[in-house]
Design a protein around this ligand. Sequence first.
Ligand SMILES: [Zn+2]
Length: 132
Amino acid sequence: MGRKERFGVSIPADLSNRIKEIANRKGVTRSRIIEEVLRNYITESTHEESPHHCSGIIVVVEGKPGLGLETLYEDFREVIVGYAHQHLEGVCVNVIFVSGASQEIENLTRNLSSCGCFTKFMPLHLGDLRRS
Ligand SMILES: [Zn+2]
């Protein structure tokens, strides 16, 4: 872990209180929570900024059965490296492991959304995580 730096920030009191509660409950410092939140924010912001090699997972909840997503997955086999399918409370949930061009991953995510699926992409930028 690198050198730490201190700086003042102003946030709403209710938000500050929530963070204090969570920090107490988890037995960690507020700084640790803010650090984690900022790392996630930076990862997501960096992902949207410019094309890059990206890895991560896409969570896909099928809005209705029989969408035939396998054909779509076949079209994007260049970026799909793994796949898990599970029924949760009667709903099909897929977790897709992706690695490749960020534009292709975005394209796949957009296609899944337009099929009526709840879709959430979580970029991992493993190179950044390895350094910390
Ligand atoms: Zn990315």
